[in-house]
Ligand binder design. Sequence first.
Ligand code: SIN
Ligand code: CO
Length: 385
Amino acid sequence: MDRPVLLPDKFDVAEFLRDYWQKKPLLIRNPWAAWTNPIEPDELAGLATDDDVETRLIELSRVSLTAEHGPFPAARFGKLKKQPWTLLVQAVDNHVPEVAALIDPFRFVPNWRIDDVMVSYATDGGGVGAHFDQYDVFLIQGLGRRRWQIGGMCDAATPMVPDSDLRLLAAFEPVEEWILEPGDILYVPPRIAHNGVAVGDDCMTYSVGFRAPSRGELVSGWAEDLASSANDDDRFRDTALDPEANPGEISAGAIDALHAMVVEAVQDREAFARWFGRYNSTRKYPEIDWSPEKPITAAKLRKRLAKGAGLYRNPASRFSYVRQDAGSVLLFADGEAFACAGEVVAVAEQLCASDRPALSDEPSPAVTELIAALINQGSVAFDED
Ligand code: SIN
Ligand code: CO
């Protein structure tokens, strides 16, 4: 498989991160060494028939856009009317390695911030309507042409079309527009209004999307984790109870002590890092299960590695790590944490940096144990399998 490469003279990463990332939109005209559309329309339609793949079909009628959730039988697309339509398929990178490879040029953004690649296919005039997203996105034109318009910055108060699960803007005023050709990229930061409409049939767009947790999601997620491990005996106790003038008052001292119980618990930074790594690396679509029917043993693994077998990371798996004291790291893979020290650290780093980690053909027992655990939970597999 030829990996897509961005030409540094057409896409300067340092300049992009300084001037545009999370700040303002940028149109990048075909910055690839050689652009090839990574998935054919028929193959995308095939994925849309799969129960395990999240898809939507959006049709434009005379007055409005309507959305329908998949899976869709293959015959469905042939029966669509003349009105423009769009098929959206989520997380295609989880299924198609050529689409997963589209993320690689953007890995100057860390793994934990990367979400997935959504692919759209539209007929002439098709689109999902003017909207805004909470996340950064690189919109890569894969096939055909699309007119992109961008508008201003939106927020929670921006008026939306009522009763539509498409989250459409009630009013959209474009400030700039371009027609994107195959290989062109439009970067759109969070909350910037945008509207893409296919110009001609066979329009395919790849959305390399990112994630940024909201404060609400962090607070509720971590609180749930803390609560699940809390000891029931660890509770409020009166230190010195003074008689209250009014029995209805919760004293300032009681509030201080109660608040301190919560603050103390959430201040544990190490526990937070452990929880966050597991939480963030949990797979969005766990259906693509690579775990072997019979768990691999350390002896069998060693044998296969000695014979030169290579490893391949499940494209649906999520890998990241945090550094800890004394050079050790905590590796996170698909919601599990692995403490790695000594020679295992370099292996953990490799696993996070590359989807085909190069391993020694005579790994140490600790490395073997880690790799066996990752194979058994379906996060990596042998290349030839
Ligand atoms: C599309 O591909 O049609 C929509 C992508 C987006 O606006 O985020
Ligand atoms: Co969007």
